[in-house]
Design a binder for this molecule. Structure first.
Ligand SMILES: *[C@@H]1O[C@H](CO)[C@@H](O)[C@H](O)[C@H]1NC(C)=O
Ligand SMILES: *[C@@H]1O[C@H](CO)[C@@H](O)[C@H](O)[C@H]1NC(C)=O
Ligand SMILES: *[C@@H]1O[C@H](CO)[C@@H](O)[C@H](O)[C@H]1NC(C)=O
Ligand SMILES: [Mn+2]
Length: 403
């Protein structure tokens, strides 16, 4: 066992020293692409050597003795499975649900790599055949958009930075495909199931060439804009990329709107009175704290968000820890005093009614091993994804006209 481990240890220590000196935050050399432009990504990594995207099909798909699919029951809401990275699926779908089984960026409870299939299990009770919504008066699975389950993007369980490149490559491949119904929208849209919150960084990198800077609406009990030098412990580049720093990095890379990003449902502890919030403001965020909802009510919260975002493109990132642990116990970094599932759904509904231009979304930090026998968290996640889907169907979006 010892002899087996030694070469691995030697390999990892040489990889760390090869990473070179750290760069100063906020200084860029006019990068040509977002993989190389990352101030934290590995400069020595040849992105062409990262293998082609590998898609994992949803688990437990029943097959007959000839290997033919007998069931769609393991996909999200019994949707058809489509490998959304394959050029042969160009023009076959409009909205894809994709899993990122990744949790190398967590600071507390691990296990979010099992989130995608946990969410699919929570969505067994949903189906396109009976998907009509009393609240919206539509069946979002059966409107103009063809909705599919894209499976999961395989990524390295051993190296966080390589895994992030693999997730970005997979999202790029999907994002390059044309939608099926081009009369309504000119780009596919993806709803990602995490995965820890680090995955929002490769997603934003992959979407940037299509949408430019986007306003991130970040539903989360935490800020996730922490200075990588502080939260990462100042150890290595590797330690600095994690589920509490990815929005800081996204800001430094020019992926975010300058001033229109918002945290919704914030209620975390801070390092001190000024440091975190000053840094957060520099990253282009304002916030509505969880407790403010009691005073404002849902409508005023929606109004503030709409006033802040205007007609910018919106990327919606939902950390399930925005909900109170009573409604979502199965998550990695728990903060009591959060919103109810219904309050969150109502706010999302309000943003949809206001016509905010949603270009992509994720629901992250679901760690099924901490869920209960009633699948409280997994079922809440499936409902949130259904609500996001309704928004995407309600508000088709066109890409910016390129000069
Ligand atoms: C998808 O099809 C369109 C034509 O409808 C084409 O322009 C585009 O290059 C194709 N994309 C890929 C990735 O094959
Ligand atoms: C595209 O959307 C239009 C408008 O809703 C609809 O009439 C048409 O059937 C859709 N086409 C496809 C291929 O789904
Ligand atoms: C946002 O900030 C960048 C970098 O400072 C600047 O180039 C860009 O013009 C700004 N965009 C808007 C809409 O203000
Ligand atoms: Mn988070």
């Amino acid at each position: 066992m010892i002899a087996y481990l030694l070469p691995l240890l030697a390999l990892s220590s040489s990889a760390v020293s090869a990473a070179g000196p750290q760069r100063v935050l906020g200084h860029h050399d006019g990068p040509s692409n977002f993989i190389h432009s990352s101030i934290f990504g590995r400069k020595d990594l040849d992105i062409n050597s990262v293998p082609d995207t590998v898609i994992l099909t949803p688990l437990y798909r029943a097959r007959d003795s000839n290997g033919n699919d007998q069931s769609e029951s393991a996909t999200f809401a019994h949707l058809p499975f489509t490998d959304c990275t394959k050029p042969e699926n160009n023009g076959t779908f409009d909205i894809g649900i994709v899993g990122h089984p990744f949790d190398l960026g967590v600071s507390y409870r691990p296990g979010a790599r099992f989130g995608p299939n946990g969410a699919r299990l929570g969505a067994r009770r949903l189906a396109p055949a009976a998907g009509w919504s009393m609240d919206h008066g539509i069946n979002p699975f059966r409107e103009w958009a063809t909705v599919v389950d894209c499976g999961d993007i395989w990524n390295s369980p051993f190296d966080k930075l390589i895994a992030i490149h693999e997730l970005e490559n997979g999202m790029k491949a999907m994002n390059e495909l044309k939608p099926k119904n081009e009369s309504v929208a000119d780009a596919v849209r993806l709803i990602t199931i995490g995965g820890d919150h680090t995955i929002t960084l490769p997603i934003l990198r992959a979407l940037h060439s299509t949408w430019g800077r986007v306003a991130v609406l970040h539903f989360d009990s935490h800020l996730d804009t922490w200075d990588p030098k502080q939260l990462g412990g100042g150890l290595t580049k590797y330690s600095e990329v994690n589920h509490g720093t990815m929005l800081h990095i996204a800001h430094e890379e020019g992926l975010l709107s300058n001033h229109s990003n918002m945290h919704l449902g914030s209620r975390c502890m801070l390092f001190d009175e000024h440091f975190d919030l000053d840094n957060d403001l520099r990253c282009g965020f304002s916030y509505i704290r969880a407790r403010e909802l009691d005073r404002l009510g849902v409508d005023k919260v929606v109004e503030q968000i709409v006033d802040t975002v205007g007609d910018e493109y919106v990327y919606l990132s939902i950390d399930i820890d925005v909900l109170d642990p009573a409604f979502a116990p199965a998550t990695g970094t728990i903060e009591p005093g959060g919103w109810t599932t219904r309050e969150l759904l109502q706010i999302i509904n309000g943003l949809s009614n206001a016509g905010l231009k949603i270009i992509g979304s994720d629901v992250v930090e679901f760690t099924p091993v901490y869920d209960n026998a009633a699948e409280t968290t997994g079922i809440a996640i499936s409902e949130i994804i259904y609500e996001i889907l309704q928004w995407m169907v309600h508000v088709p979006v066109k890409t910016p006209i390129k000069a």
